[in-house]
Design a binder for this molecule. Structure first.
Ligand code: ATP
Ligand code: MG
Length: 533
């Protein structure tokens, strides 16, 4: 009998510890424990209730041998009887009385109840209830064993909660890492990449799956460094020093897929309790835009100062000459000088207008002033007449169909578009030739093309001619005036009208093929396409 009892005891404990160590979820483990508790003392039923950490109310976590709604009837019995240290050794008379009342009313055949506290340290985290149908008093041995079941259950609950906390914390960290607009990467002690977030993939052009496990130096390859040290050279120099100061590295990163990216990386060492480095956390900022702005500002200052200086010094030169007291000027010469001054003043005005327009575009204050019934053929003719007087070597040929419709548009801005395209056509065909301006009508839109017989645009420059301050590097760009704002503004104006602009060109720098460039822009016929910006 005693041997039998010991064997059973061992079997139960074994099955419980097996449940604890296998990766069952908590409710399965608790079910096994409550079942073992009931079976062990040949009880009738049992349940485990757990104190909800959020409100400390006890709720059912596992039931054995009883319907859930039956057990819920015992609710009055479960509350208002606080656990007292040491009570597990005896039956609690008040508890038994309450239970018997419920059992009788519900016609459930149980006569005795044991409750076993589940303690975590001093805190009561749950109870095991075991119901018996007999009046057989259980031995203190058995009750000790039952309490050890309850202790096991408490451990299971504690482990599960710790595990859940770790998972929650990890998920939170993952989410922060994933959502961060800054690039984040974590390196191990050997400087291999352990984590790499999506922002960093975007900045570096490297997919996460291609970099995890690789060495930092193989992924963060600097093209140009703006700080003295890289992570690798800093480590050779003894970084991190005790105290773990951050390391900042800035420069341009090599990229295979597109132009280099400017990055600033802050490396923070993660030290263990003994001061040894276990990981490095790197925070990465994309500085490309900042660098581009810086470049643009430099270009802006040099272009503007150069372009403003030229007309101003011409005006000053001519005005000074005219004021000389010692000379007499013929009316013809006077007129010629005055005309130069006027022309240069106009050029200055045009330049300032372009700059203002560009800054309006940038600040979002750019608005079209629309009028109905704009006649593009008339605007083209007027503009061409003005330019014709400035050149002897170009011949304008204007060709618009008779049924070319009136459109809705911003007349002053459309003149700016034509001015710039025709001006370019002349400026970039220094040997002269025809400038053909042709209109076409389509069902939804009209187009105007300006074709010259000039130097053309080389293939490798085609992508940037609409950029702000883009001037192509050719012999002419140094000889001709311009800020490189013309096409940038032209495109913005055409697009504000709901149209688009494109071009095709042959590079004539090798003297082969057909020289010349043709720019075409479209404007929708239906004014509803116009963006009111
Ligand atoms: P701005 O118009 O501000 O006075 P720009 O004429 O140099 O200066 P854009 O009109 O924006 O500037 O043109 C940009 C660049 O594109 C020019 O510098 C020139 O190199 C090239 N380009 C523009 N139009 C032509 C053309 N018709 N033929 C050849 N190259 C052209
Ligand atoms: Mg231009």
């Amino acid at each position: 009998m005693l041997v039998d009892y010991r064997v059973r005891q061992r079997e139960y404990l074994l099955s419980i510890s097996r449940a604890l160590t296998s990766e069952l979820d908590l409710s399965d483990v608790l079910r096994i424990i409550v079942q073992a508790s009931v079976d062990f003392i040949s009880g009738r039923a049992g349940a485990i209730v757990l104190a909800d950490p959020s409100d400390s109310v006890f709720r059912i976590a596992a039931i054995y041998g009883l319907q859930r709604d039956h057990f819920e009837r015992f609710a009055p019995m479960l509350s208002g009887l606080p656990y007292k240290a040491g009570e597990e050794q005896e039956a609690i008379p008040e508890l038994t009385r309450r239970m018997q009342r419920v059992a009788k009313a519900a016609e459930i055949g149980v006569t005795q109840v044991l409750r076993l506290p589940m303690l975590s340290g001093d805190a009561l985290i749950g109870m095991i209830y075991v119901f018996q149908a007999s009046n057989y008093r259980i031995s203190s041995d058995a009750s000790n064993l039952l309490q050890s079941f309850a202790d096991q259950a408490a451990i299971a609950v504690k482990n599960a909660r710790l595990y859940q906390e770790v998972i929650d914390e990890k998920q939170r960290l993952d989410a922060i890492l994933e959502q961060s607009a800054d690039g984040v990467m974590i390196l191990d002690r050997q400087l291999r990449i352990d984590r790499f977030n999506p922002s960093l993939s975007r900045m570096t052009g490297s997919a996460r799956e291609d970099v995890i496990g690789r060495y930092h130096r193989d992924v963060i390859r600097w093209h140009k460094l703006r700080t003295e040290l890289t992570l690798e050279t800093a480590i050779v120099d003894g970084w991190p020093l005790p105290g773990g100061a951050h390391l900042y590295v800035e420069g341009d990163l090599k990229r295979t897929d597109r132009e280099n990216t400017s990055l600033g990386i802050t490396y923070a060492p993660l030290l263990n309790s003994r001061g040894a480095m276990t990981n490095i956390i790197a925070n990465v900022r994309d500085l490309t835009r900042y660098r581009q702005e810086e470049e643009l500002q430099k270009t802006f200052i040099s272009v503007v100062s150069h372009e403003l200086k030229t007309p101003v010094s011409i005006i000053k030169g001519y005005a000074g000459t005219l004021r000389r007291k010692d000379a007499k000027w013929s009316p013809g010469l006077l007129d010629e000088y005055a005309a130069v001054i006027e022309e240069e003043a106009d050029r200055l005005t045009g330049l300032i207008d372009n700059l203002l327009e560009a800054s309006r575009l940038q600040s979002g204050a750019f608005r079209l002033e629309l009028t109905d019934e704009v006649s593009l053929p008339r605007l083209v003719t007027d503009t061409a007449v003005r330019f014709e007087s400035q050149t002897d070597i170009h011949e304008f040929r204007i060709n618009f169909p008779d049924d070319f419709p009136l459109i809705t548009g911003d007349e002053r801005r459309l003149v700016q578009v034509l001015n710039n395209l025709i001006n370019n056509a002349i400026k970039y065909s220094p040997d002269g030739g025809y400038v053909d301006i042709t209109g076409h009508t389509h069902a939804d839109y009209v187009t105007v093309s300006i074709q010259d017989q000039g130097i053309g645009i080389p293939e490798h420059e085609k992508h940037r001619i609409f950029d702000k301050f883009a001037r192509l590097d050719n012999a002419l760009s140094r000889k001709t005036e311009g800020t490189g704002l013309g096409l940038f503004l032209t495109k913005a104006i055409v697009e504000a009208h709901g149209g688009s602009i494109w071009f095709s060109s042959n590079d004539n720098s090798h003297g082969s093929g057909n020289p010349g460039t043709i720019f075409t822009f479209s404007i929708p016929r239906d004014k509803h396409f116009i963006k009111h910006r």
